[in-house]
Ligand binder design. Structure first.
Ligand code: GDP
Length: 422
């Protein structure tokens, strides 16, 4: 876009024959005051902007025709239509940092990439402006992006979730009872949550997402299926707002469907996770093998969280609760870790050399041109390949396994995106 003048001369013969609605739409989104309108005006140049006022859409979008070389398209300025929240913007900016294509903080990303990266943006995606977009330009302030990379003020949120009576409040109380703790309640963003900021052992600040289910015990008086269902919904809300989830299960109890539903949600939302096996004191006759056997059982039943560390705790004595916070802190670091492109591609080259993608019946074979880490929280890797269809699910899983065994990322889901580039 560097040399883009907006009012370029249309190529000879390129007359305005294609109607607006058949052209690809390039939609500009971003936080207020990053310069969306300026970019829009620059792109559409003298082409008069059309204000569309569709039924059911209360706020307007601006449309204008533009072209780049031989390609004609419609530019859409979303103005205030898309309410990009600060946390969504942070995530978008993470993605933007590593996909920036060059000019003054302008990044291009596909809707697929944005949404795969951000399940929490599904609602956002459903808005008409994004739905109709062929390409989204997420415009960021270059200065903000620079600051983002230092991350120094990022306070990760930890949610303690699990079924009633597994010991969530006991863990929380034990955590907050420590001397180092700063107990400062922050009014939560949802009705049923009260957050608390505290400082972990290595000086890292955390925000503890508390739910009414933990703090206000009295309000969770009933038992049975209603409470269970309620607690799952609370867990889902807490997960959405968190960076790291401590999923608490009870040592002597079976892992239930509720637990696996929560586990699935954690993976789907791309959150970090540690499995806390609480009431470890209730297991009789423990020996050195006990934890190993127990781990096998948990892994068997929670395959979707096979990357999550397991911590054994006895909350009533405060024993091992420290481990919970240390593990959460490590998980958060992994979730925000960037791998250099050189190391990443070395890992991938070796993985491919060891086990090349399968050949199709027609003799075709997948080729990886290169791979880049497009985002953190969770770590997201984009594989640029000849044809994504030539990489079956089994091969994708193999690649994820290799990445994990060579580069770590314990405690965090990772995302692999496969992009065809012919
Ligand atoms: P929550 O509903 O998940 O918040 O669970 P609570 O923290 O209220 O704990 C439920 C019950 O289990 C209480 O009676 C606790 O005293 C008990 N409990 C919690 N943690 C432990 C533990 O590590 N060992 C044992 N034996 N009991 C525990």
């Amino acid at each position: 876009l560097k040399g883009f003048k907006g009012k370029q001369k249309r190529r000879k013969g390129a007359t305005k024959t294609i109607p607006d609605h058949l052209l690809p739409k390039v939609t500009i989104v971003g936080r207020p005051n990053v310069g969306k309108s300026a970019l829009f005006n620059r792109l559409v140049g003298g082409n008069r902007a059309i204000v569309v006022d569709e039924p059911g859409v209360t706020r307007d979008r601006l449309y204008g025709r533009s072209f780049w070389g031989d390609h004609e398209f419609v530019v859409v300025d979303t103005g205030g239509v898309l309410n990009v929240s600060k946390s969504q913007a942070n995530v978008m900016e993470d993605l933007a940092i590593s996909t920036t294509i060059g000019m003054d903080g302008i990044s291009l990303l596909s809707r697929e990439a944005a949404v795969a990266r951000m399940p929490s943006m599904i609602e956002w995606q459903a808005t008409a402006a994004v739905e109709e977009a062929s390409v989204i330009i997420f415009l960021v302030d270059g200065q903000d992006v620079e600051n983002m990379d230092k991350e120094e003020n990022y306070v990760p949120s930890i949610a303690i979730v699990g079924r009633p009576n597994v010991g969530k409040s006991s863990i929380l109380n034990s955590l907050l009872g420590e001397d180092r703790t700063i107990v400062s309640p922050i009014s939560g963003t949802t009705r049923d949550a009260i957050d608390t900021e505290f400082v972990g052992p290595d000086g890292q600040k955390f925000r503890l997402i508390d739910t009414a289910g933990i703090r206000r015990r009295a309000s969770v008086a009933s038992s049975g299926s209603t409470t269970e269902a309620l607690s799952v919904n609370r867990a889902f809300r807490a997960i959405r707002r968190s960076d790291v989830v401590a999923l608490v299960i009870e040592a002597m109890a079976c892992i239930t469907e509720q637990d696996t539903r929560i586990a699935e949600r954690i993976e789907k939302e791309g959150k970090g996770c540690l499995i806390v096996v609480n009431k470890w004191d209730t297991i009789p006759n423990k020996n050195q093998q006990t934890a190993t056997y127990y781990e096998q059982d948990v892994r068997e039943k929670m395959r979707m969280l096979d990357w999550a560390p397991i911590v054994y705790s006895t909350a009533i004595t405060g024993q091992s609760v420290e481990k919970v916070i240390v593990a959460a802190s490590t998980v958060e670091k992994e979730r925000a870790r960037r791998l250099s492109t050189a190391i990443l591609n070395q890992v991938i080259r070796e993985a491919i050399a060891f086990k090349p993608p399968p050949r199709t019946r027609g003799g075709k074979r997948g080729r990886v041109y290169y791979c880049t880490q497009a985002a953190i929280r969770p770590p997201t890797f984009v594989f640029f390949v000849n044809d994504a269809k030539l990489f079956p699910e089994t091969y994708r899983r193999y690649m994820e396994k290799q990445l994990r065994s060579d580069a770590g990322f314990a405690g965090t889901p990772i995302r692999l995106l496969w992009r065809s580039r012919r």
